[in-house]
Design a protein. Structure first.
Length: 291
């Protein structure tokens, strides 16, 4: 039997209402102010386009002394008949333990019956199982401290899009980069270019989130991995996540379908030791005009 999007969104709202009653303290649930109203407006008039997917995070206290775990939630429009996207993260966990925690969480959620809301079930699983990974993390830390050298790897992704215009999409890009402690930039306009650098799993999570559900005309053109015996912050090319908007040449119509000044972009890349990326992104060698 076909399931309507409207029925799924109504269940999502009921679940959010239940979660807010169970986590009433300020900061326990981080939900954008317009997230629920936008779904409610759609349910009152389903003739318009679908609302943005519900996205929020839940702060979970685990163990004694308490350790903070953040459960990030993204609900497809057809949830609960489609699995939610869940990601648990904690500063107390090393990368490998965090990966194992999320693998276990995904396995548990996939074992549940389709069609039933399951975010609270995910919260309970995180509460009941995170301590095991925390204990493994302590053991791993003790072992690592005995090693002479521990190397870290900076992951850098160069992403190309036909264009980046929509304010909602740009907000998602910047919010996600900030949440995952990524530096780099977003070049708005036509073409659109995104660079993110940080921990490997954070870059991969960023790539997963911004592509979902189906961003057409976007591809990861190049990936760089830089090993260091120091902090990865020492090998970053960017110190923040920047908003790049170079002045366009001419007027390209009512849609503001404007082309970026690629000469300025090339100069920006060279200032950040990345001039070689221009050819990778656009297939041509970049040349600065004589001044």
């Amino acid at each position: 039997m076909a399931v309507a999007v409207k029925d799924c969104l109504e269940l999502q709202l009921l679940e959010v209402e239940m979660l807010l009653s169970m986590f009433p303290k300020n900061g326990e649930i981080n939900l954008e102010e317009d997230a629920v109203p936008s779904v409610q407006r759609y349910l009152r008039n389903t003739d318009g386009g679908l609302p943005p997917q519900l996205e929020y995070s839940i702060a979970i206290d685990v163990g004694e002394p308490k350790v903070k775990v953040e459960l990030q939630v993204l609900l497809p429009h057809m949830y609960p008949h489609v699995a939610p996207q869940l990601f648990a993260r904690s500063d107390a966990l090393h990368r490998q333990q965090q990966l194992q925690l999320n693998t276990g969480l995904a396995s548990h959620i996939s074992s549940l019956d389709s069609g039933e809301v399951c975010v609270y079930e995910a919260v309970q699983w995180v509460k009941d199982n995170t301590l095991l990974y925390l204990e493994n993390s302590k053991i791993s830390s003790e072992s690592a401290s005995k090693e002479a050298v521990v190397k870290e790897t900076l992951h850098r992704m160069w992403i190309y899009s036909h264009h980046i215009y929509r304010q909602e999409l740009r907000k998602k890009i910047f919010d996600c980069a900030k949440k995952l402690n990524l530096t780099g930039f977003c070049l708005t306009g036509k073409p659109g270019v995104i660079c993110v650098e940080g921990l490997t799993e954070n870059c991969e999570e960023f790539w997963r989130v911004i592509r979902y559900p189906n961003w057409k005309h976007i591809s990861c053109k190049h990936v760089e991995n830089i090993e260091t015996e120091k902090s990865i912050d020492t090998v970053r090319l960017f110190h923040a996540f920047e908003d790049l908007q170079f002045q366009a040449h001419g007027d390209y119509g009512l849609r503001n379908d404007y082309h970026m000044d690629l000469g300025q972009f090339l100069e920006f890349l060279k200032q950040h030791q990345s001039g070689h990326i221009f050819q990778i992104l656009f297939g041509v060698e970049g040349k600065l005009s004589d001044k």
